[in-house]
Design a protein around this ligand. Structure first.
Ligand code: NAD
Ligand code: DAU
Length: 353
């Protein structure tokens, strides 16, 4: 099968591309990525010379190029991960999220439908990788199921909700075979250090304050990235067209507790007395419209497709810390250039609260 994976140079995409290239040598895997600040071909160094792997630098917003590429390659399936993914950036620059996440997704749908119509039986499916943030925010109880009504709050989640709706519309209106999954917070290797866990790992290594928004009471449901990749693999191969699956590790943590655990692990790995790095924790101005709690019910995926996560949070966080400690050059390279400018602009007002 000839598969187009979009956003394959990013955090989750790189794990999905690696998994598919290594596990399915008979598939041809095309990784299409614009290489924004979040895309990094170093994430795929170990597979870049494999015979079944191809890289295409392209912007999904560029409709003509996308149509021409599909016309030429006649992909049989799409796994769509390319997106602007950071909530804080969406608050400052929402239009970029509309272009990539909404217009970019619709461009891919147009191109996939054309292949599907012109070559009956040829196109297997369009898989949209989405987020639990489309469901909005929970109070202290309850979980998101596949039936929870959409209620996005941030420009990021509004753009992902919109793209989910367009994907379903292409199924219901035009008969394109689609599947969607909505996943909770991922963590693990290759995670860009603007997101909570890798940002704090980087700051711990540089003895910089660890910025915790508000009181640190917000809850996220964390999943190790390779477990998300294994869920995507199963859903891609087994889900029925038109279906949706929630993906999550049943692993809710308050932000402050995540960072305390991270500090304990890093104290131990760095040979420091317990409590050393916790002193860096600093409560800062809250995120605007900050969703209180996410918790995802992934029982449908477990029951119907037999998926389960492979590691506990403690194990996954250990693996993650080890990866960052063993890949200091990766961290240095992604935090050089414009990273510090972003960091200083983003956090100047927060630390000033
Ligand atoms: P990321 O920001 O690490 O990577 C996004 C990738 O998309 C980058 O390689 C970037 O270069 C590429 N890209 C961005 N704009 C593009 C464009 N216009 N054209 C082509 N490529 C473009 O994101 P991630 O965290 O790996 O998330 C991947 C997908 O999974 C996203 O759709 C996101 O909404 C979804 N998701 C993420 C999480 C999470 O916790 N990170 C959880 C659930 C769902
Ligand atoms: O739930 C899935 C989503 O998880 C994905 O769709 C998004 O692409 C991904 O970025 C992630 O969104 P969050 O906003 O939950 O992730 P982030 O790492 O930015 O923040 C996690 C929590 O930590 C959140 O409650 C905000 C808080 N936070 C974040 C940062 C960057 C802080 O307290 N301090 C920080 O510096």
């Amino acid at each position: 099968m000839k598969i187009l994976i979009t956003g394959g140079a990013g955090f989750i995409g790189s794990h999905v591309v690696r998994r598919f290239v290594n596990l399915y040598p008979n598939y041809q895997i095309f990784n299409l990525d614009k290489l924004t600040y979040a895309g990094n071909l170093a994430n795929l160094k170990d597979i870049e010379n494999k015979e079944n792997y191809y890289f295409i630098r392209e912007d999904i917003v560029n409709r003509e190029s996308i149509m021409a590429l599909f016309e030429k390659e006649k992909f049989q399936a799409v796994i769509h991960l390319a997106a602007e993914s950071h909530v804080d950036r969406s608050i400052h620059n929402p239009l970029e999220f509309v272009f990539t996440n909404v217009v970019g997704t619709v461009n891919l749908l147009y191109a996939a439908l054309k292949i599907h119509r012109e070559n009956p039986g040829h196109f297997y499916r369009f898989y949209h990788v989405s987020t639990d943030e489309v469901y909005g925010s929970l109070g202290s109880t309850g979980m998101f199921t596949e039936e929870t009504p959409y209620d996005p709050h941030s420009p990021y989640s509004a753009s992902k909700a919109s793209s989910d709706h367009f994907v379903r519309a292409w199924h219901d209106t035009y008969g394109l075979p689609v599947v969607i999954s909505n996943c909770s917070n991922n963590y693990g290797p290759n995670h860009f250090p603007e997101k909570l866990i890798p940002l704090c790992i980087n700051n711990i290594l540089h003895d910089k304050p660890l910025p915790i928004y508000g009181k640190g009471e917000n809850v996220r449901d964390w999943l190790y990235v390779e477990d998300h990749a294994s869920a995507i693999d199963l859903i891609f191969h087994k889900a029925k067209p038109g279906s949706t699956y929630n993906v999550g590790g049943h692993n809710e943590w308050k932000n402050i507790d995540v960072i305390r655990l991270l500090c304990r692990i890093m104290d131990r790995k760095l040979g420091l007395p317990e409590g050393t790095k916790e002193k860096l924790i600093t409560f800062v101005k809250d995120r605007e419209g900050h969703d209180l709690r996410y918790a995802i019910d992934s029982s449908k995926l477990q029951r119907e497709l037999g998926w389960k996560p492979s590691v506990t949070f403690e194990q996954g966080l250990e693996k993650t810390v080890d990866w960052y400690l063993n890949n200091r050059d990766w961290l240095e390279s992604v935090t050089s250039g414009t990273y510090m400018k972003y960091y200083e602009e983003q956090y100047a007002k927060r630390f000033d609260q």
